[in-house]
Design a protein around this ligand. Structure first.
Ligand code: GLN
Length: 489
């Protein structure tokens, strides 16, 4: 097989050909760069650091992901590329170590092919708050790819690589996956190590995976999940076994909290949900309808907890330890102030201010403590829901991909695009966005599924059924459904 065709393959098929000697490692790793990147990258701008020499340095021939190219979000530490969180304050920073998820990827045979664009410090929902400029949606170049992991999502969608890593603090893997028509998994809190993931909201952050095929998601999950002595918040014990992702959904029940999308959700998004539910029912799953806690409480609680943790985590960027430093400051105080004023963009500064305020004496009880109480309540609501069903279905985002510039002047409108995703981070449960087709205008439609803690195996089974269009027979063969590739418009 020649390199120009290899980019269409699933990660597992690509790795099998590399291990079998049918495909040279170089052709596997470079397939996306020689193929679709030439057509797309100059306009989409998914990648912020690339280096052909770094790609050529590794030549793995073994492992479940042998020779598989993977784009890694720019807030995940890599020794062979800069890690800047798309922020001026980390300009030129090169970590002295790999994140655990990166070393596990490499141990499985994968090759990091560059760093993906993102909203600065993962704060945003459109990838417009990047010091490198925005990424565009491959399905419509006037629209955003979602965020904050817009670069990795767009790269998987246009064919640069079959897998990518992002981070999800409040939806930053699931929402861009939905906007770019690919799968996006946020695992259970603690299932993937956060060692080497630059912290935003430590109690919410999880690394997540983008893929075009469910089998690839399962392979990457198996390679990455499990305890890490370098991250005390990883879950002890073995990670759940996801190898049964082809098992179908017969006998499973899914919760259908239709009150959540009665208003404020695009009718085409609701249509996509109905289509997905029908595919699951045709395949033997049962729908359980009930009302569920409204999402606005989650948005309020999230933006207090996340900004409070961010204000503390980002204190380390002081112009002394990393990256950018303001050139002439008379004293230490001026050095800190000028470095942080010029190094951080407007959204990051807004979050630091909000978080510092929420934690300050006199306001702590009213804001931070109340938000923590709401968080506990939200966690309990999810627990109660999973007593009634195996997994929950809901939109990944209330709208289809919006236009560049549409929400950039209105932070609250931007925050509300996370209304369906942030609950999973507050509750620490896994969530998965799955594409279900295209809208009338050719934009990706997606659904989100949420599971109880360690519910990844069930989410992957349901995703495989949706990917197979509800035709369970297709799950049995080696037949991988063709991905709905974007075309230039
Ligand atoms: N969009 C949300 C925010 O801006 C979530 C970001 C994320 O998950 N990293 O905080």
């Amino acid at each position: 097989m020649s390199a120009p065709e290899a980019w269409r393959l699933s990660a597992t098929a690509l790795a099998a050909r590399v291990r079998g000697g049918e495909l040279a490692v170089d052709d596997a790793v470079e397939a996306g760069w020689r193929g679709p990147a030439g057509t797309w990258e100059a306009e989409v701008r998914a990648v912020v650091h690339a280096d052909p020499a770094a790609r050529a340095a590794a030549r793995p021939r073994e492992g479940p992901l042998a020779g598989v190219p993977v784009l890694v979000k720019d807030n995940i530490c890599t020794t062979d590329y800069p890690t800047t969180c798309a922020s001026r304050i980390l300009a030129g920073y090169r970590p002295p170590y790999d994140a655990t998820v990166v070393s596990r990827l490499r141990a499985a045979g994968a090759v990091v092919v560059g760093k993906g664009n993102m909203d600065e410090f993962a704060m945003g929902s459109s990838t417009e708050y990047s010091c490198y400029g925005p990424t565009r949606n491959p399905y419509d170049l006037d629209r955003v790819p979602g965020g904050s992991s817009g670069g990795p999502a767009a790269a998987v969608a246009y064919g640069l690589c079959p897998l990518a890593l992002g981070s999800d603090t409040g939806g930053s893997v699931r929402q861009p996956a939905a906007f770019c028509g690919v799968l996006g998994l946020k695992p259970t809190y603690g299932r993937f190590s956060r060692y080497g993931l630059v912290a935003f909201g430590s109690s919410l952050d999880q690394v997540g995976i983008f893929a075009r095929h469910t089998g690839d998601l399962a392979a990457a999950y198996a390679a990455l999940a499990g305890p890490d002595p370098l991250d005390a918040t990883t879950r002890p014990g073995e990670a759940p076994d996801v190898s049964g992702w082809r098992a179908g959904v017969t006998g499973l029940s899914f919760g259908w909290p239709a009150n959540l999308w009665r208003e404020g959700v695009d009718p085409e998004v609701v249509g996509g949900l109905e289509e997905a539910a029908a595919r699951l029912e045709r395949s033997g799953a049962t729908r359980v309808t009930f009302d569920f806690l409204p999402g606005e409480y989650s948005v309020a609680a999230y933006y207090l907890v996340a900004t409070a943790e961010a204000s503390s985590n980002l204190a380390r960027f002081d112009g002394v330890r990393y990256g950018f430093r303001h050139a002439d400051s008379a004293d230490l105080r001026a050095l800190y102030t000028r470095t942080r004023s010029e190094g951080f963009g407007p959204e990051v500064q807004r979050r630091i201010l909000l978080g510092t305020y929420a934690l300050s004496a006199g306001y702590y009880d009213a804001y931070y403590l109340t938000a923590q109480r709401a968080r506990t309540r939200i966690r309990e609501e999810y627990r109660a829901a999973f007593a009634r069903c195996d997994f929950l279905m809901m939109p990944a985002a209330p709208s289809l991909p919006f236009r560049l510039g549409e929400k950039i002047e209105d932070p609250l409108a931007m925050y509300l695009s996370d209304i369906f995703t942030i609950g999973a981070n507050l509750a620490g449960i896994p969530g998965l966005s799955v594409p279900v087709g295209l809208s009338r205008a050719g934009l990706p439609l997606a659904v989100q599924m949420l599971g109880p803690e360690d519910g990844e195996p069930v989410l992957l089974r349901a995703a495989a059924v949706l990917e197979a269009g509800g035709e369970v027979a297709r799950l049995e063969g080696e037949d991988t459904p063709e991905f709905a590739w974007p075309t230039k418009r």
